[in-house]
Design a protein around this ligand. Structure first.
Ligand code: IPM
Ligand code: MG
Length: 380
C-alpha cells in the first residue's frame, strides 16, 4: 500500500486560457514543479495547452467540447487546472455553452470552493482588519440555479422581444452542497484554521432569498434537515442581501457560508476585495470523482501582457487541486504539498519584499512566482 503510494504517478491536465492566463499559468507550473520535488511526487502534466475563448473562436468550436475530450481525457486525468477564460470582444462569437460552465456540468463539479482569507502582509479594504481576522469559505453550489442553461428567446419579425432563464434547485443539488459545507466546517479544510476567527466556533451560514424565490426556500429547508446530522456545528441563516452587508461589517463571524450558484458568483468577487485583491482569490470546482482548479477572477484583458498580474490565485487553485487529489487517493503527500504551497504564499506575502502592483509592489508576475517556488523548496 505504502509502496504504491510512493510510486504512483498522477496525471494532470493544464489548460491556459485568455488574457493574463498566459502569465499566471506558467507561475503555477513553476510552483507545481517545486512541490513535486519537495514532496517526492511524480506529476505528469499534460500541456498546459492553449484553450481559451480565442482558441474556441479560432477553431470554430461552436458546439462546445468534442465529447471525445470530455468523455475521455477530462475523465481520465487525476486533476485539471485552467487559467481564466473569456475576452469581451469574443463573447458574441461563442454561441456554444460557456467554457467553465460546460466543464462544471459535464464533470458534475457541484461544489465551488472559494476561500476568503486575509493573509499576512496584506491590507484588507476593510479598515482595522488584521491577518487572521478574516478566514471564511464561500461554498458556491455549482450545478443549478441560474446556471442550468434552460430558457430561450422569443423573436418576432427579427426582433428579440422576450428572454427567459429558468432557475432550478433540486433536492439532490441542495443536499449534496449543504452536506459538503458541514463536512468542511468540521475539518477546516482550505482555511487557515477551523472555526470562525471571532469565537473559534464551527459555523455554517446558509444564505439565499427564501420567502421570495421558491428554489431558495427549498435550499433553506434542506439546510435545516442536513444540519440535524451536525449538532456540534452552529447554524446561521441570513438572506443574501443581508449577508452582503454582514460579510463586510463582521467578516470574522463567518466560517463556511453556503449559497446557491448565482449568489456564490457575486459574493466570491466581493470576497476577493475583502481579502485584499482578486489576485489572491483561488478556487476549486470539485465533484466526487473529478475536479478542476481555476482562479475566481476573469482574464483581466486590461492588464494582460504587462506581467503585473498577481499569480497567487492561480497558484493557490493548483494547490487546492492537489489537496482534493490527496483526499481522493488517501495520499498524504499531496495534502502536505497543498499546505506547503499555502504557507509559502503566506511567507512571501508576509515578508513584504516581493509583491505585485495590486498589493502596491513593483515586482513582476514571474518574480512573485519564483519567490513562492523558492519558499516551497525551503519548506517550513
Ligand atoms: C466565475 C466566473 C464564471 C461564472 C463566468 C466566467 C461564466 O465569473 O467562475 O465566477 O459566472 O461562474
Ligand atoms: Mg464570477
Amino acid at each position: 500500500m505504502i509502496c504504491s503510494e510512493m510510486t504512483r504517478r498522477y496525471t494532470i491536465l493544464g489548460l491556459v486560457g485568455d488574457g493574463i492566463a498566459g502569465e499566471i499559468v506558467p507561475e503555477a507550473m513553476k510552483v507545481l514543479r517545486a512541490v513535486e520535488k519537495a514532496y517526492g511526487l511524480d506529476l505528469e502534466v499534460l500541456g498546459p495547452y492553449d484553450f481559451g475563448a480565442k482558441y474556441w473562436v479560432d477553431h470554430d468550436m461552436k458546439q462546445g467540447w468534442d465529447p471525445a475530450v470530455t468523455e475521455g481525457l477530462f475523465r481520465e486525468v487525476d486533476g485539471i487546472f485552467k487559467g481564466p477564460v473569456g475576452l469581451p470582444d469574443l463573447l458574441r462569437k461563442l454561441p456554444g455553452p460557456n467554457l467553465p460552465i460546460n466543464m462544471r456540468m459535464d464533470l458534475d463539479l457541484y461544489a465551488n470552493i472559494r476561500p476568503c482569507r486575509l493573509r499576512p502582509g496584506v491590507d484588507s479594504v476593510l479598515v482595522g482588519r488584521k491577518p487572521g481576522d478574516i478566514d471564511y469559505i464561500v461554498l458556491r453550489e455549482n450545478s443549478e440555479h441560474m446556471y442550468v442553461g434552460i430558457g430561450g428567446y422569443l423573436s418576432r419579425g427579427g426582433v428579440t422581444e422576450l428572454a427567459i432563464d429558468d432557475y432550478v434547485q433540486t433536492r439532490k443539488g441542495c443536499e449534496r452542497i449543504i452536506r459538503k459545507a458541514f463536512e468542511m466546517a468540521k475539518t477546516g479544510e482550505y482555511k487557515g484554521r477551523a472555526g470562525a476567527p471571532l469565537d473559534g466556533k464551527k459555523r455554517v451560514t446558509c444564505t439565499a432569498k427564501w420567502g421570495i424565490c421558491k428554489g431558495d426556500g427549498l435550499f433553506k429547508d434542506i439546510y435545516h434537515e442536513v444540519a440535524e446530522d451536525y449538532p456540534d456545528i452552529e447554524q446561521d441563516t441570513t438572506w443574501i442581501d443581508s449577508w452582503s452587508y454582514y460579510a463586510i461589517m463582521r467578516p470574522n463571524f463567518y466560517d463556511v457560508a453556503v449559497m446557491p450558484n448565482q449568489y456564490g458568483d457575486i459574493m466570491s468577487d466581493m470576497s476577493g476585495a475583502i481579502q485584499g485583491s482578486m489576485g489572491l482569490a483561488g478556487s476549486l470546482n470539485a465533484g466526487d470523482d473529478h475536479c478542476f482548479a481555476e482562479p475566481t477572477h476573469g482574464s483581466a484583458p486590461d492588464i494582460a501582457g504587462k506581467m503585473i498580474s498577481n499569480p497567487t490565485s492561480m497558484i493557490l487553485s493548483v494547490g487546492m487541486m492537489l489537496n482534493w487529489m490527496g483526499n481522493k487517493h488517501g495520499d498524504r503527500r499531496l495534502k502536505e504539498a497543498w499546505s506547503g504551497i499555502d504557507s509559502a504564499i503566506d511567507r512571501v506575502l508576509g515578508a513584504k519584499k516581493v509583491r505585485t502592483p495590486d498589493l502596491k509592489g513593483n515586482n513582476s508576475t514571474s518574480e512573485f512566482g519564483s519567490a513562492v517556488a523558492d519558499e516551497v523548496r525551503k519548506g517550513g
